[in-house]
Design a protein around this ligand. Structure first.
Ligand SMILES: CC(C)(COP(=O)(O)OP(=O)(O)OC[C@H]1O[C@@H](n2cnc3c(N)ncnc32)[C@H](O)[C@@H]1OP(=O)(O)O)[C@@H](O)C(=O)NCCC(=O)NCCS
Length: 163
């Protein structure tokens, strides 16, 4: 696998991976699949301090996962804190792709001078909680029943790492 900067031509694959999570999981609280056109607008906001990266299968060149750093808040006083996201294609999950993406996001966050990284994780997302615990993230709190998807309330766990 190669971890690299995402390109505009990756957006259809990135969108497809995201939409699998929209439809089948509480990893995201989007309720309807997003279009490639919407994701192209989203893509244009990344770059510089807020990188978007892709995991590419070496043999096929297929994009099998992606991750990004996003602003925690638009307010300037929060500029050293970022929020991150990672999505891996279902058929490639549990094979180390998420770890490789998170490691690279941590490297990039450090390079860009961030002090704090935050992930908002559904309390039922054991894979993501374990992934973050493995990288030294600590639980900073639980927001009770802030999400509602698939006809149920869902708690959000805030996981934080100081860099
Ligand atoms: C969460 C996610 C990013 C993890 O990526 P991944 O490539 O599947 O994970 P990895 O193979 O790199 O595993 C990393 C660690 O995660 C944990 N993990 C992964 N899959 C797991 C599972 N099915 N159950 C429990 N823990 C799991 C383990 O701790 C693992 O470390 P270990 O192998 O040393 O035990 C991926 O499953 C995914 O994209 N899920 C859907 C979208 C999502 O939930 N994104 C995160 C939103 S907060």
């Amino acid at each position: 696998m190669i971890i690299r900067k995402a390109q505009e031509s990756d957006v259809p694959a990135i969108t497809a991976i995201y939409n699998e999570a929209v439809i089948g999981s509480t990893a995201t609280f989007d309720l309807e699949p997003v279009s490639v056109e919407e994701r192209l607008v989203w893509f244009s906001k990344y770059g510089g301090r807020y990188p978007l990266i892709a995991a590419e299968a070496k043999a096929s060149g297929e994009v099998i996962g992606w991750g990004c750093l996003s602003p925690y808040s638009e307010k300037d006083g929060y500029r050293f804190t970022a929020e991150h996201s990672i999505y891996v294609s279902p058929q490639y999950q549990n094979q180390g792709v998420g770890k490789a993406l998170l490691q690279e996001l941590l490297n990039l966050a450090q390079q860009h001078g961030f002090h704090s990284l935050i992930a908002r994780i559904s309390s039922e997302n054991t894979a993501s909680l374990n992934l973050h615990l493995g990288f030294g993230f600590v639980q900073a709190g639980v927001l009770r029943e802030v999400g509602y998807k698939f006809d149920r309330w869902i708690d959000i766990v805030l996981m934080q790492k100081l860099l």
